[in-house]
Each structure stands twice: as C-alpha cells, then as structure tokens.
Design a protein around this ligand. Structure first.
Ligand code: FMN
Length: 387
C-alpha cells in the first residue's frame, strides 16, 4: 500500500506488520502477561461517548495549544519509545524531525540508539528527554548534565518500570538482552530483507549496537521519592513524572515540585490489570489539575481519542505505537502521515462536536456518565487560551 492510500493509523499498523519481522513487531505491539491492560486502553476510549452541539459556527477551527508558554500546533506529542532504531534506521531522528516539522513535542527515550546531542543536531533542536534513572548518582548526574547542555526543555522521569515486565512473547521469540539468535530468528529476518539490510544490519554493525544496554538500564527497584527530590534539585527546567495512575502519587509529584505528570500505564506493557489512563484521569485532574500540567498516553489511535482525553481534562495527549506504526511503515514520511491523519481527524471531530477551538473542549461535550466524573478546569496551568 502506498502512503497516500493510507487512511488511518490502523492502515499504518498493517504496513508496519508486513515490514517488520515477527520478533520486532511483537516487541512493538505486545503488552504484558495476559494483556488485559493493553486491551483496556482502546476499550476505555470506545466507552466514552460524545455529546455534540448543533448550529454552532465552526467555520474557523483551531487546534493550537500552549504548554509552558510555548504554542504547539496541535495537542499531540510523541512519547518515548526505547529501541526505536529497530523499526527504522536511526528511527529516533525520523521521529524527532517529523515532530519538529509538525511543531509538537517529542520525547527521546534513554534507550535510544542515537546519542542525545547528535539527535538534537540532526533534528534541528533538542527533544524532551526521558530518563530511566540509573542507580549510580554520578551516572544520573551526567545524564542530567547532558540534557541540560543540549538544551532540553523538559525531563521526563519514567517511574513505572522498577523491574522489567513479564512479556512472555519476547521470551518465546528470543527477544532480550542479550539477543538470542537461532534458526527461527534468522528465518524471520531473512523473510524481511528490506528490514534486515536497511535497519538491522546498520544498527548491529554500528558501535551503538542496540543490544549492549547495560544492567542499570533495566533495574530501577531502588527508586523512591527521595530520588525524585534529588532530581528536582539537579534539574532546573520542566520536570515530569511518567507512569502516574493514583491520585496520591499525583499529589506527591506536586509536593515534590514536579511541573507535570504523564498519566500512563506504559501502553499496557508494565503491570497488567491496571486501568487505562483515561479511566483515572478525571480524579487526578480534580485533585491537582489546576497546579500541574497533565498529559496522558495509552491506546490513542484516532483523533476522537485525543479529543475525548482533552475533554476529560488532559492538557496534551501523547502517541506511542501510533507514531511507531508510521515510522516502521515509511520512516519520517510515515510519522508525518500519522500526525497529518490524526490532525485531520481532530479537526473533523471539532466541527462535528460544534466546538471550534480545542481550548474549549471540556466535559460539556461528553455524555452524562463521563461528564459526572470529569472536571471543568477554567484555567488549567499548562493550557493557555490562544486567539
Ligand atoms: C516499543 C515501545 C517502547 C517503549 N519504550 C519506552 C521507554 O523507553 N521509556 C518510556 O518511558 N516509555 C516507553 N514506552 C511507553 C510509551 O512511552 C507510552 O507510554 C506508550 O507507548 C503509550 O501507549 P500506546 O503505545 O498505546 O500509545 C514504550 C512503548 C512501546 C510500545
């Protein structure tokens, strides 16, 4: 299928599936254990119903949002994705470039194959940086220093990975550290020669070999709020906690000086059985929404999902797999296509809802069941009305 024929994120997913070996596609697509939370993420969006208004002049529509004083083109960001270089050669650079040309934030994962400084240079500016905090303070200090020197505006501390998740498909496929290469993996790769020669071979041969991530990168069971307090001292710019699902943790993030939180279940890839972000979002917004910037991710595949999350009080919505389907399908052009499709969908939803500005989206556009749980935020901290 040609990119111009792609009509939605699911079409990109189908392309990605054809282009990637099973071992890599499973790594992208899978959740953890019985994948209950993975399934809960899209289901939660399906269960939210709109309450549109009619006979509203929607001839001038805007998706612009302002976070921390910066105007973004639309309420979408790209979440951190580890090992994005397995989906496309130097995939992080393609993601960052697509985000930059769309004027939206992109978060670089600690587990990128591309060094932060080079990515900033090649993408035309620094990303936000996601931190998996190493046990050794010196190492952590060094990462924070590099992010500061590169000019990153925001640091995102991921907190929902104290230990690696139980992902049995990875175990069965031999995907892990170190990578197990047997006849099954070789056959799988040979069936995808374009990926083998264009993506894997260059990554494998380069010094930035993906499979050399060290032990500290996966074990973080020592981390507590005192580490966060240390980070707050060390990092002067915007700081997010990623992986918040409890009101109490949102409050603790606020008390410890966070600027924002990612309400997130890591795309259903960590603790199986937790709810989707949009299920817990209204209570979190009610508790801290006026004092913290709140962004969400998990299961977003349509523009309507994004509008629903905003109506429940999110300031911005981040894409994980939706962006990566585009990346795996066609590199930077595929990511741009995913963003273009989602923006077009948001635009149409705004018109059909009778709400011309994304800044005015709120619980009044949801059916009663959701309206009750959502909270109207007249002046959220991160979102500023734009003309
Ligand atoms: C393949 C893959 C790798 C990921 N790597 C990271 C990572 O390195 N750091 C992190 O904080 N989150 C990581 N995540 C979680 C995403 O940032 C995000 O929370 C999640 O993908 C959102 O769900 P969605 O994929 O359904 O949109 C990863 C997700 C996927 C699918």
């Amino acid at each position: 299928m040609r990119l111009s024929k792609v009509l939605n994120v699911d079409d990109l997913r189908a392309m990605a599936r054809r282009r990637l070996p099973k071992i890599v596609y499973d790594y992208l697509e899978g959740g953890s254990e019985d994948q209950l939370t993975l399934a809960a993420n899209p289901e939660a969006f399906e269960n939210i119903k709109f309450a549109p208004r009619t006979l509203v002049d929607v001839s001038h529509r805007s998706q612009k949002v302002t976070l921390f004083g910066r105007v973004y083109e639309c309420p979408i960001g790209i979440a951190p994705i580890g090992a994005a270089g397995l989906f496309w050669r130097e995939g992080d650079i393609a993601l960052a470039r697509a985000a930059r040309s769309a004027n939206i934030p992109f978060v670089l994962s600690t587990h990128s194959f591309v060094p932060l400084e080079r990515l900033a240079w090649e993408a035309g500016g620094p990303p936000w940086f996601q931190l998996y905090m190493p046990r050794e303070r010196e190492l952590a200090r060094e990462m924070v220093r590099r992010a500061a020197d590169t000019g990153c505006e925001a640091l995102v501390l991921t907190t929902d990975v104290p230990v690696g998740a139980n992902r049995e498909y990875n175990e069965r496929n031999g995907f892990g550290l170190p990578l197990r290469i047997g006849p099954g993996q070789v056959l799988d790769a040979l069936r995808h020669p374009r990926w083998l020669c264009g993506v894997f071979a260059p990554a494998w041969l380069s010094r930035r070999n993906p499979m050399k991530l060290s032990e500290w990168a996966t074990r973080r069971d020592h981390m507590s709020w005192s580490d966060f307090a240390w980070l707050r001292e060390a990092w002067p710019r915007k700081l997010f906690v990623k992986g918040v699902l409890a009101v109490e943790d949102a409050q603790l993030a606020l008390e410890h000086g966070a600027d924002g939180i990612f309400v997130s279940n890591h795309g259903g890839r960590q603790l199986d059985g937790v709810p989707s972000a949009v299920e817990v979002l209204p209570q979190i917004v009610a508790a801290v929404g006026e004092r913290l910037t709140i962004v969400v991710d998990g299961g977003v595949r349509r523009g309507s999902d994004i509008v629903k999350a905003l109506a429940l009080g999110a300031d911005m919505v981040f894409l994980g797999r939706a962006a990566i389907y585009g990346l795996a399908a066609c590199g930077e052009a595929g990511v741009r296509r995913a963003l273009q499709l989602l923006r077009a969908e948001i635009d149409r939803v705004l018109a059909l809802l009778g709400c011309p500005s994304i800044e005015d989206v709120g619980p009044q556009y949801l059916r009663a069941a959701h309206k009750d749980s959502a909270v109207v935020r007249p002046l959220p901290v991160g979102r500023v009305r734009t003309a």
